[in-house]
Design a protein around this ligand. Structure first.
Ligand SMILES: Cc1ncc(COP(=O)(O)O)c(C=O)c1O
Length: 382
């Protein structure tokens, strides 16, 4: 029997792969053997400026020890979802600490930050709800909005940081229950949302404000209520906290509803005890004088690369995809791993290098980065 083009999987798979390859967008993960920013890539020692381990806590002795102790006590996995198998004490302990760290009534864990956004937005999004989303929000917010739409909510996207347009949209849906959702720090641009102004706008329409705090390491924690607006925070254990997992922190009623409705909480295995314990230990470091010193160090490294930039994510926009790839390759030849970010992750024509700084970078490593970047710039900003 000759293959039928419409039903044959291998024809379809080959065509999909070809279309990615022919547009020069084929990607695959590289093997990078590292603990902290420095590691071995293709036999070469390389310093990474790609990780979101902003304070270097993945390699912190107290964080690693907490993960090891948790494995010894509870084993490596948690076995099933929490509503089925029950929580380990470490899950509740971490949730209690997350709530007090974020200044909220309550918090709940998810397997990842991605799952937290899906679970929250699909739960809030229902018929009669309008969700307003910044156009540059993270993919997990976009997919959460898609799930909210499938549940009957209306999704309205506003241009990046354009509060005037957002105000018009909120006004034109003033008879609906409304949500505004935004990254606090945008993951590919490293710019920040104006939280006080957003909260003020939300207050006028009794809208909930959902802040994705995934990359918020240098900013102050948002209050639970601002100018009369209730703020719900989404966070991750996987970046600053050096582990793996996600959470939502906010009013107890929101958290209790998530436990009962969020499919990415109910129908998935609970986070591992080791990750939960590592994140708990990381919060301990963050809240100590050592944590303050690490943030201070990160702040001064950011200032060395771009004075006054609000976050450790520093984009160097080159426009052309091939220019970004070429620049990334040139930096790699100097022993610096700085990823090229291209469509579909960023809009066409805005391909860039994305520099992610960490308190774990040494002064010499930052100097090497600055030297290499200045060479790129003298080459005509390629
Ligand atoms: C803004 C933002 N939200 C959510 C996530 C997802 O978090 P996680 O990596 O824990 O799934 C990410 C990261 O990848 C992110 O950049």
């Amino acid at each position: 029997m000759s293959p039928n083009q419409a039903t044959d999987w291998s024809t379809w798979l080959d065509a999909e792969i070809d279309s990615i390859k022919s547009s020069d967008r084929w990607r695959s993960p590289r093997a990078f053997d590292a603990n902290g920013p420095t590691g071995i890539l293709n036999g070469q020692t390389v310093v990474s400026f790609a990780s979101n381990d902003y304070l270097g806590l993945t390699s912190h002795s107290a964080v690693k020890a907490a993960a090891r102790d948790a494995i010894d006590r509870w084993g490596s996995g948690s076995g099933a979802s929490r509503l089925v198998v029950g929580s380990r004490p470490i899950h509740h302990e971490l949730e209690t600490h997350l709530a007090s760290w974020r200044g909220t009534e309550s918090a709940v864990l998810f397997p990842t930050g991605f799952a937290a956004n899906l679970g929250l937005l699909a739960t809030l999004g229902a018929r009669g709800v309008v969700v307003h989303s910044d156009e540059l929000n993270h993919a997990s917010i976009i997919d959460g909005c898609r799930m909210a739409r499938a549940n009957g909510a209306e999704i309205v996207t506003y241009p990046h940081l354009d509060l005037e347009t957002l105000a018009v949209h909120l006004e034109s849906h003033s008879d609906a229950r409304q949500v505004v959702v935004t990254d606090s720090v945008f993951s590919m641009d490293g710019d920040v949302a104006p939280i006080a102004q957003l909260a003020e706008l939300c207050a006028r329409y009794s809208a909930l404000l959902v802040l994705d705090e995934a990359h918020a390491v240098l900013e102050p924690t948002p209050p639970p209520q601002l100018g009369g607006t209730t703020i719900v925070q989404v966070g991750t254990l996987s970046k600053t906290l050096g582990a793996l997992g996600g959470f939502v922190a906010g009013p107890a009623a929101v958290i209790d509803l998530l436990v009962n409705r969020a499919r990415t909480y109910i129908f998935t295995t609970a986070p591992s005890p080791a990750d939960s314990a590592a994140a708990l230990a990381a919060i301990g470091v963050l809240e100590s004088t050592e944590g303050a010193a690490l943030r201070e160090r990160l702040r001064s490294s950011v200032d060395r690369v771009r004075l006054g930039h609000p976050s450790p994510i520093i984009p160097i926009v080159l426009g052309d995809e091939s220019a970004a790839l070429r620049a990334s390759q040139e930096l790699l030849e100097c022993g610096l791993l700085v990823p090229a970010i291209r469509p579909p992750t960023v809009p066409v024509g805005s391909s860039r290098l994305r520099v992610a700084l960490s308190a774990a970078h040494t002064d010499e490593q930052i100097t090497a980065l600055l030297d290499a970047l200045s060479t790129l710039e003298t080459d005509g900003g390629r």
